[in-house]
Design a protein around this ligand. Sequence first.
Ligand SMILES: [Zn+2]
Length: 153
Amino acid sequence: MILTTHALVGAAVGKYISNPIVLTAILIPLHYTLDIFRHGEYLGKKSTFKNTWWKVALDLFAGLFIIILATSFQDSNKAVFISILTGAFISMLPDLLTVLYWKLNFKFLEKIYRFHQFVHCRFKDGCPERAWTLRNAVNDIVFSSIAIILLLL
Ligand SMILES: [Zn+2]
């Protein structure tokens, strides 16, 4: 899934659960669970930092923008907002670790990287089910929509 989807799901859970340990225990497994579903990816083996960084930045910005927009409709207090942002961050963490391994080759992250690859294994790298198409974005749109509804409730 894209970062926006992970951020929104994490934010939605963070709205209702504020304990960061409980959040981590829920959101890390949830990240890998979401990644099992079919989804398109805008980066692949051929991606370089130069042609990818702005996509990642845009993805991060879009998630944050929707979170701020959705929470601005209600008078939630600062503690809830911090919990929402914490949830969004924890939810995206597995992808951040993957990028750190992929680009900076931190050896201790190899197991996490392999596991992340493993949950994607239903669809091999470069196969049509992982292409960046609208059809492959359906699950991202569904999960993001559910998360936005939970944020707005
Ligand atoms: Zn992931």
